[in-house]
Design a protein around this ligand. Structure first.
Ligand code: PEP
Ligand code: MN
Length: 335
């Protein structure tokens, strides 16, 4: 729409777009309002809207991920979680154990994160494990432990949802829903979280391309949930020297294609606690909006992902070493 378009023009154009069989999605930017006509194909009559009062131009968004695309929303999305901001200009740290094991383990870890620096407490209560014989998570008991951590520390919580049927339950306890790498293309799950208003932390699949990741984000956005955070967590390649290859190319690439915040997870990305700090600094240097880090009071006895979990001392050092990189990248770290 033109920068001086009237409210009635905007409503009129939205109505016309709907009548043509598209979902009309209104995006109010700082300078102008964009009406995204979301649908399967570009139809010729849409072009005729060019001459409707208040319209500046009609242009096709070539990317198949219309709502995630930066052409639809040129300014970066900032997601506010209980007053803590994620996205452009802010650097956020999501830290905690891989799995919720006990209240004591979580509280100790959360308190350490709070004193060393970090805004969100992570912990899996439902774990999508490669082996059915591995620990699957404490489930609802784990969610209750997370709620208690939040009550004691006021740190917002992020935890993983693995099946659509559990969405309402997990939403009762968490501030951010994590969708794990193995579920990135679980479309019923994406649609379900898309129907909520909770921010969704979407991890890139082990063999997913950048386009696949953005299309999965689009599933969530198209259901009406605008609060999507993307996470690069390492991909599978021929390399066997580490657990995954942390694809930091993804950060500037995603930043150019989408307005959504991009977080890097060097814990799963390397699988090795000795490599986490280096790659966390690299993530800050290449423009990531934050990192996800696994920390444990005693990593060698962790019930999952001990090899990549940092000790408390390593976590403190990481934050100290990371700060200059955050500053150089021009972002604010709300510790
Ligand atoms: C996790 O965050 O502990 C996890 C299971 O991550 P991913 O889905 O990236 O493997
Ligand atoms: Mn893990």
């Amino acid at each position: 729409m033109k920068t001086d378009a009237k409210e009635e023009d905007i409503l009129n154009v939205s109505e016309k777009v709907s009548k043509l069989g598209y979902q009309a999605r209104r995006i109010d930017g700082e300078i102008r309002t964009v009406i995204a006509a979301v649908g399967d194909k570009e139809k010729e009559p849409l072009r005729a809207l060019q001459f409707v009062e208040g319209v500046d131009k009609v242009m096709p968004i070539r990317a198949p991920y219309k709502l995630a695309s930066r052409s639809t929303r040129p300014h970066d999305t900032i997601i506010d979680v209980n007053g803590v901001k994620i996205g452009e200009g802010f650097f956020s740290i999501f830290a905690g154990p891989c799995s919720v094991e006990s209240e004591d383990q979580c509280l100790q870890t959360a308190r350490h994160i709070q004193s060393a620096g970090g805004q969100f407490f992570r912990g899996g209560a439902y774990k999508p494990r490669t082996s059915p014989y591995s620990f699957q998570g404490l489930e609802e008991e784990g969610l209750k432990i997370l709620a208690s951590v939040r009550a004691h520390t006021k740190l917002p919580i992020i935890t993983e949802l693995v099946e659509p049927g559990n969405c309402a339950l997990v939403c009762e306890y968490t501030d951010i829903i994590q969708i794990g790498a193995r579920n990135m293309q679980n479309f019923p799950l994406l649609k379900e979280v898309g129907k909520t208003k909770k921010p969704v932390f979407l991890k890139r699949g082990l063999s997913a391309t950048i386009d696949d990741l953005l299309m999965s984000a689009e599933y969530i956005l198209s259901e009406g949930n605008e609060n999507v955070i993307l996470c690069e967590r390492g991909i599978r390649t021929f390399e066997t020297a580490y657990r995954n290859v942390l694809d930091l190319n993804a950060v500037p690439k995603l930043k150019s294609l989408t307005h959504l915040p991009v977080i890097v997870d060097p814990s799963h990305g390397t699988g090795n606690r000795q490599m986490v700090t280096s790659m966390a600094k690299a993530a800050a240097a290449c423009g990531a909006d934050g990192i996800m880090i696994e920390v444990h009071p005693d990593p060698d006895s962790a019930w999952s992902d001990g090899a990549q979990s940092l000790t408390f001392d390593m976590y403190t050092d990481l934050i100290q070493e990371l700060k200059p990189f955050i500053e150089l990248s021009g972002k604010v770290f709300n510790s």
